[in-house]
Design a protein around this ligand. Structure first.
Ligand SMILES: [Zn+2]
Length: 438
């Protein structure tokens, strides 16, 4: 493979404590050399292509550890091909996909199918997450060992909570053997019942059935107790309330191996969006958009390190499925193509998080949690690179998205800071020509 020289960008790589303008030479899919900028093409392998990254940020390829690619079984919403194209367009070089497909990814054959399809048609790296329980039913353990041997990097019943504490305990004991995390969607379904939005002032005003913060916090409490009992690695998906965050903070102080993620939508929006948008089903997700107090607590968690990762919970749905009354619409929004600009515009630009912390949240930490060896631009590392133009300003235009789905509350938002090129294994898989907007 011909070499690639990423020239003159600001290389931000917290794993090697690097933040400096330099050239990055990629050969045979790996980072071959990091050299002071402006040395010209002297000494480069013949045929080396040059990517000009002047004034741009050169980051380790971003990792989204929580996406739903819908394949197998939900191809009208998304496929591995379209989902990974959306990932590349959004600046992600790796995604981990949740098992609530049809059939659920609860056995070797489904895991193998996903791995093979990702190899055939995937544009970025795909890491399957296997089920905790067969069919996500919370009754008996899935074939965890078989799935891990076929490429699963974690287990989860996401879409649903595991729910069954006894099974959760067994799963945590079992995952310890493989050193993988158990990722839980924390929700007490008896408490959330048939709720459709956050329980609070706005659910009362709008006359919609609420989901209390406690529905999440009760489950987080159970999971933490079981992590303490078993010593297993616990990762809490899409944490959304102040109370959950406080529990994680305390558990970590007590020495538990617990990590957590938050989504851009929970960090940016509140339940007021349901009212402001006049019941737009694109403001319906699970966990629901929470109160302003919760949102502010999450932002603090980004700052102080309690939140380890930002993940999109990319949950594509077909247009027709969302074109119904709020009560009847499915939960979830597409996130892969808006995550990075939302985080850059709302949190990096105002200085809430530094560029290095941004890379930790969206590349290094998710990579470490999943144990996939990504998240760095060290010499010898896989040449997965995301180039970001911190000054590019664009409007979110969902009609131009690579994803099959259009369900986003961010259509029409003007955001500053966009991914402009995505390199996977040394291959340029997405380049935004509109970098010319500057
Ligand atoms: Zn979930």
């Amino acid at each position: 493979m011909a070499g690639l020289l990423v020239k003159g960008g600001r290389v931000i790589d917290p794993a090697t404590k690097t933040d400096a303008v330099m050239d990055l030479l990629i050969v045979d899919g790996r980072i071959a050399e990091r050299r002071p900028s402006g040395q010209g093409k002297g000494g480069l392998p013949a045929g080396t292509k040059v990517v000009d990254a002047a004034t741009q940020w050169v980051c380790p390829g971003l990792v989204d550890m929580h996406v739903h690619l819908r394949e197998p079984g939900g191809e009208h919403k998304e496929t591995i091909e379209t989902g990974t194209k959306a990932a590349a367009a959004g600046g992600f070089t790796s995604v981990a996909c949740m098992p609530n497909t049809d059939p659920w990814n609860d056995s070797l054959s489904v895991t193998e199918y996903i791995v093979a399809e990702a190899r055939r048609r995937g544009v970025v790296n795909v890491y399957p997450i296997g089920c905790v329980s067969k069919g996500g039913r919370g009754e008996e353990l899935a074939e965890i060992g078989d799935m891990v041997r076929s490429g699963a990097v974690a287990v989860s019943d996401d879409g649903l909570p595991v729910g069954n504490s006894y099974l959760l305990r067994m799963a945590m004991e079992y995952t310890k053997i493989f050193g993988i995390p158990l990722i839980d969607h924390c929700e007490d379904r008896m408490l959330s019942a048939s709720g459709v939005m956050n329980e609070g002032y706005y659910s009362t005003v709008l006359g919609l059935k609420g989901i209390p913060a406690a529905a999440e916090e009760v489950a987080v409490g159970t999971d933490l107790a079981l992590a303490g009992l078993t010593g297993g690695k616990l990762h809490i998906a899409h944490l959304s309330t102040r109370g959950s965050l406080e529990k994680v903070r305390r558990a970590r102080r007590d020495g538990l191996q617990v990590t957590c993620e938050a989504t851009p939508h929970h960090l940016v929006l509140t339940d007021q969006a349901v009212a402001d948008s006049d019941y737009d089903p694109n403001t319906k997700m699970n966990p629901p958009l929470r109160s302003e107090e919760d949102r502010q607590a999450l932002v603090l968690g980004l700052k102080d390190g309690t939140i380890d990762a930002i993940a999109s919970d990319h949950a594509p749905h077909h247009l027709d499925e969302k074109l119904v009354e709020f009560d009847d619409a499915p939960f979830g929004i597409a996130g892969l193509e808006t995550s990075v600009p939302l985080v850059l515009d709302r949190f990096v630009r105002p200085g809430v998080v530094t560029p290095a912390r941004f890379v930790e949240l969206m590349s290094l930490n998710p990579s470490r949690i999943l144990g996939i060896g990504k998240g760095t631009l060290a010499i010898g590392a896989d040449a997965d690179v995301t180039i970001i133009d911190p000054e590019a300003e664009r409007k979110v235009d969902v009609t131009r998205h690579q994803s099959k789905s259009r369900n986003t509350p961010f259509h029409g938002w003007t955001l500053r800071g966009w991914p402009v090129a995505t390199i996977v294994g040394g291959r340029l898989v997405h380049e935004l020509l509109a970098a010319a907007t500057r």
